[in-house]
Design a protein around this ligand. Sequence first.
Ligand code: SAH
Ligand code: DHB
Ligand code: MG
Length: 222
Amino acid sequence: MSEEIWTAVDEFVGETLVPEDEALRGALEAAERAGLPQIQVSPPQGKLLQLLARLQGARAVLEFGTLGGYSTILLARALPEGGRLITLEANSEYAEVARGSIERAGLGDVVDVRVGPALETLSALEDEGAGPFDLVFIDADKVNTPNYFAWALDQTRPGSLIIADNVVRNGTLAEAASNDPATHAQRRLHEMLADEPRVTATTIQTVGGKGYDGFTIALVND
Ligand code: SAH
Ligand code: DHB
Ligand code: MG
């Protein structure tokens, strides 16, 4: 079993079940032209986010880590009329690329891209009373995932979903002795989840065109 076959399956699933229209293709092309790293969710993963948002009936979504807006567009398309998505991006050049692609996708009025380190832009969201959010997608700087999770827990409601990307990290999640800060943070996330009666959570390992990784899904309990 190799990354080659994982990629082939991702491509097959993408071609059959995740048709890429002009807006999504345009977002990927704009990101590539601008030299953004190609680390967006894969098409099947993006489709899962979209399905979860729809299952959720989400009207208010918060995303940590916009990059070129690929996952943003998929999530925003799951929203009903009047729904709103706020996405936080530290890099102002990435945010500009994303804004252009979101605008071209016809989602300019639905999506609000906030520029700055998320831990700073979060306080403005609190002041505005932007929450509670029905779905939070955590996909920014991985060392801060536990901090974003803690914040998300206070800005969601019973029934909300909190999803964190890139938690398995090539399997290093299982290495108690790992001194990689990003891995350490994902282990800490799991310890927080284990001690947190307000959520029910699991982590799913994934393989695909982006290698071996995985995501955590936490449901905020009633
Ligand atoms: N969700 C995107 C991928 C995000 S990649 C998608 O799947 O399409 C991670 C992003 O987080 C990068 O764009 C990076 O610039 C951003 N980021 C890194 N540190 C951040 C921080 N402190 N606050 C907000 N965004 C941050
Ligand atoms: C990286 C970030 C991601 O969100 C991802 O899905 C893969 C890689 C990164 O920062 O390298
Ligand atoms: Mg990611």
